[in-house]
Design a binder for this molecule. Sequence first.
Ligand code: 9Z3
Length: 382
Amino acid sequence: MASSQSVQAEDAYFSSNPPPRLLASHLAQAESFITAHAAAGHRVVLITSGGTTVPLEKQTVRFIDNFSAGTRGATSAEYFLSAGYAVIFLHREFSLQPYSRHYTHAKDCFLDFLDEDEGGAGRGDDATRVVVRKQDQSRILDVLREYKKAKRSNMLLMLPFVTIGDYLHELRGIARLMRPLGPSGLLYLAAAVSDFFVPPERMSEHKIQSTNAVQALQDRAKESGGDGSKSSSGGDEDETFDNFDASRVPRSKRLVVDLDPVPKFLENLVDGWAPEGMIVSYKLETDPAILVHKARTSLDRYQHHLVIGNLLTTRKWEVVFVSPRREDKWLRVARQGGWGEAEGRPLRADELPPEEPAEEIEALIIPAVSELHDVHIASRKA
Ligand code: 9Z3
């Protein structure tokens, strides 16, 4: 059971932060997906992927975001599908998706893969058709087949989110629905989740103003009992500066953002939302000296099953598995000439090859996670 403190924090958060508009529809889709796969005896993995936005206004014009493109999540989804898992892909809208990732966000525009087919006359019609370039045919065909297979067999459910609030509502809803899967459910939390947010009571309804041009209007509306909705700017008349000098900018014209910590819900997830499933979280750091320590601390605190540590700069080359009662285990993509004496410790910046890795590290991660999932299932059956 989650502690009463964490249950209280959960109630407070979810009652004051509104759910996403499509939550009910997403949960209905997730429920029928899970029911079908539970009946078929399939393993189901919930993958979270991409960054979360932190809106600064309720009618959001501005928001804080992070770097994540969703590569880890989208790539992992493909490897889980080929390992036989049914995949719920809870992803940041417009971030990378399994299969299409090979062609979206790529350096080439997708139109570069296409050509006009000049064989119209030979076919006996005049219509020019659009075809995939000769040199890309076989690769696109492979990806297309895998994608169609996943869709046809109903093994992939894609659900989008945008904000940190959307993400948390979706995660809680889906994790609870996964209970009937027991230990066959796997939660694989690869999304880059914001640690900070603006709570609704401090969030401006409308676009934050950078001048006080509307202040008089708002004051008048307030006096006449109308909508005096808050704006975080205000103060003196507009001033212009010939040369920008931060020290000369009046306080009232700066935007000072005051963020609260996002409550840590991993404890609620482990003890309340999905108590029998296997839970894998990622830990991202930039400082190699603290990565393993932070991963171990997270594991000890939340008592889940695996933390996969990775560093921003080396995340496509190596990760470290930190799990209870096991030694830390580094997984590293093979490299011509090997890694020298970098066994058992993170790569240093000067050891990082300039080229992209020849294979995807998820090809190592997913089989290793799946093996630990076998052990998890067996231990619950024993
Ligand atoms: C990760 O560490 C992911 O591997 C990355 C993937 C976000 C680095 P990309 O999308 O990057 O492939 O570009 N995800 C977890 C990050 C995170 O927010 N973890 C929380 C933390 O570190 C715990 S849930 O505190």
